[in-house]
Design a protein around this ligand. Structure first.
Ligand SMILES: [Zn+2]
Length: 174
């Protein structure tokens, strides 16, 4: 099945503790691809419904795959191993989501739906998993000794920061 059109009934998936899994091409995730040096490869996802996550229906989302970033220091390719497992709870509405306390580090929350778009959810989570500043631990390129000034380097993650801020702002509303 193409993930382009795949939707799940998130509440039914949680209630039945159903599991779905599959692959999505990185190149099909346009917002994510715009942050990458190279959009080759694919991400593997597994969604496992959980009937009760602190009183709400929820699911565990697991994402694995190799993403190709650009080192912000030496501009050489940098491979990032995405390996993320997050427990979500599905909220009934935007209002319910916004009413949650801001600090929910262990469990994330999204608005559930009877027609939840799996690809958008995966893409959001993959974007939030990227390092804020991608850098090699030790740059091997010969020109890596040049001065690194993060202020002068265009920051492709600005959009991502804005997204994080927006998410926190949403939660802070009452
Ligand atoms: Zn580097």
């Amino acid at each position: 099945m193409s993930l382009h059109s795949q939707t799940i009934d998130s509440f039914e998936l949680a209630r039945a503790s159903r599991q779905i899994d599959g692959w999505v091409n990185v190149a099909d995730l346009l917002r994510l691809s715009s942050l990458l040096a190279d959009s080759s490869g694919a991400l593997h996802y597994r969604v496992t419904g959980v009937a009760d996550v602190e009183g709400e229906p929820g699911a565990q989302l697991q994402l694995t795959g190799l993403l190709r970033l650009t080192c912000q220091r030496c501009n050489e390719p940098l491979e990032f191993q995405l390996d993320r497992a997050v427990l979500f709870r599905f909220m009934a509405s935007e209002e319910a989501l916004n009413a949650l306390p801001i600090e929910e580090d262990e469990i994330d929350a999204v608005v559930g739906s009877r027609m939840m778009n799996v690809r958008d959810w995966i893409e959001d989570e993959a974007m939030l998993s990227l390092p804020l500043v991608a850098r090699h631990d030790e740059c091997l390129a010969a020109h890596s000794t040049q001065d690194f000034d993060p202020v002068k380097v265009a920051n492709p993650f600005a959009a991502l920061s804005a997204m994080r801020d927006a998410r926190n702002d949403d939660k802070s509303k009452t």
